[in-house]
Design a protein around this ligand. Structure first.
Ligand code: BGC
Length: 426
């Protein structure tokens, strides 16, 4: 087995809202509690990482990992617009200190999907004021914690809203086609359009009550091109602040990247997907020190878009194809046009069978090794995720963790995959 040199960052990743618990001033928390929620369950105490981070960091260190990617929660730091909470800042200072005491490099993400609730009231990730608001929060956090950090990710999966918009568009087209068929009586489909429209109206009214706006533009809502530009400007504004305060910090954002493969007749469509998912961000990230590569599977594109997974494919709990080779392909693809360092900031699999996670890690890391051997500047690998956690709208049923958690007692149960990952460091 090929091992990484000690300078390589080998670790696991989490996001505040998914693990900490009681992120009560965030947009996600509010959405989880609503009557017209799209969440299957609320996050509540999550896996109580807010209080148990030291135990979790120690487990990582014991397994031989040397880095931890986690996020700082904007909604905790700035619960009301312009009011910063020093106590919460000290919390993250303690997390960083705990990492250092365990020989773990802290890699911080400043925004991982959840935002303060007040930001949504101002128009969220479609509002022109958001880049400045984000930059003000970043100044506060980096001003206080920057001296302890070597790597900072500004925004997690800056391209997520665009991906959601594309999926929603595809879904709408399918729905409209089904509706047209049922209207002429030729096909019976279970769509109740009238009820759906009434549901949307009631949801808009609830949004107005909870957020003061009819349409919630949170980070993972369908992004317009204008909103996409706002996300990119927020990244640039954050990078400028970080460079001004601590020029030695290495800064980048992260992108959700599929291994996009063209099936017969799908070359043009595949190129378009890659342009949307990756290439059009290049102008905004070309001055970054690194790019955070986040990959889970491949996407095979036919002439009319993504094809379903092959019939004999092994599917994960998320219904993705088990395809760990995707990571190497994506690293090679981005390295053709992005010339900074590359850090795999997320890669993983939701499965109840940990032996499949072990197999996934083995194959994915073999690909990373081949890239390094070919001279590509891959500086780290963070497995998603350290703990079984709150998988957003899908709740707690998706188990991505290297550590299982019994949420009734919050007891940690490290899986074999944790030690396996740790064994890759020389
Ligand atoms: C996100 C994580 C999420 C993971 C697994 C990534 O898109 O950054 O927050 O849990 O994928 O779905």
């Amino acid at each position: 087995m090929d091992r990484f040199d000690t300078g390589f960052l080998l670790g696991a990743a989490t996001a505040a809202h998914q693990v900490e618990g009681n992120n009560t001033n965030s947009d996600c928390w509010a959405m989880e509690q609503m009557e017209h929620t799209t969440f299957t369950e609320p996050s509540l105490d999550a896996v109580d990482h807010y209080h148990r981070y030291c135990e979790d960091i120690a487990l990582m260190a014991d397994a031989g990992l040397n880095a931890y990617r986690f996020s700082i929660e904007w909604a905790r730091i700035e619960p009301e617009e312009g009011r910063f909470d020093e106590k919460e800042l000290r919390h993250y200072q303690d997390v960083i200190r705990c990492c250092q005491e365990h020989g773990i490099e802290p890699v911080v993400t400043l925004h991982h999907f959840s935002s303060p609730k007040w930001l949504i009231t101002k128009g969220g990730w479609e509002a022109d004021t958001t880049p400045d608001d984000f930059a003000r929060y970043v100044r506060y956090v980096i001003g206080a914690l920057g001296s302890e950090l070597r790597y900072v990710c500004t925004i997690n999966e800056a391209n997520m809203g665009i991906q959601v918009a594309a999926i929603a568009k595809r879904y709408m087209i399918q729905m409209q086609a089904a509706q047209a068929k049922s209207a002429d009586g030729s096909v019976q489909v279970g769509i109740n359009l009238e009820k759906m429209m009434a549901g949307q109206q009631a949801a808009a009214e609830e949004n107005k009550r909870v957020f003061g706006v009819e349409k919630v533009e949170n980070f993972t809502s369908m992004r317009t091109p204008a909103g996409d530009a706002i996300v990119c400007r927020a990244h640039e504004a954050a990078r400028a602040v970080i460079r001004e305060l601590y020029p030695d910090i290495r800064v980048g954002l992260t992108l959700s990247l599929h291994d996009i493969q063209a099936a017969e007749g799908g070359k043009a469509a595949a190129e378009k997907e890659w342009e949307e998912e990756f290439t059009h961000y290049l102008p905004y990230i070309k001055e970054d020190d690194f790019l955070g590569v986040q990959n889970y599977t491949r996407s095979v594109i036919g002439p009319d878009g993504a094809l379903p997974a092959p019939e004999d494919a092994e599917l994960t709990q998320m219904n993705y194809e088990f395809y760990p080779q995707a990571l190497e392909h994506v690293i090679r693809n981005v390295a053709k046009s992005f010339h900074g360092e590359l850090i795999v900031t997320e890669n993983g699999i939701a499965t109840a069978d940990d032996t499949r996670r072990v197999a996934f890690i083995e194959e994915a890391l073999a690909g990373v090794h081949r890239c390094i051997r070919d001279g590509l500047p891959v500086r780290g690998y963070f497995h998603w995720s350290l703990l079984d956690n709150f998988e957003w709208q899908k709740g707690y049923s998706m188990t991505f963790g290297l550590i299982a958690v019994d949420r009734a007692t919050q007891t940690r149960h490290p899986k074999e995959s944790l030690a396996f990952l740790g064994s890759f460091l020389r």
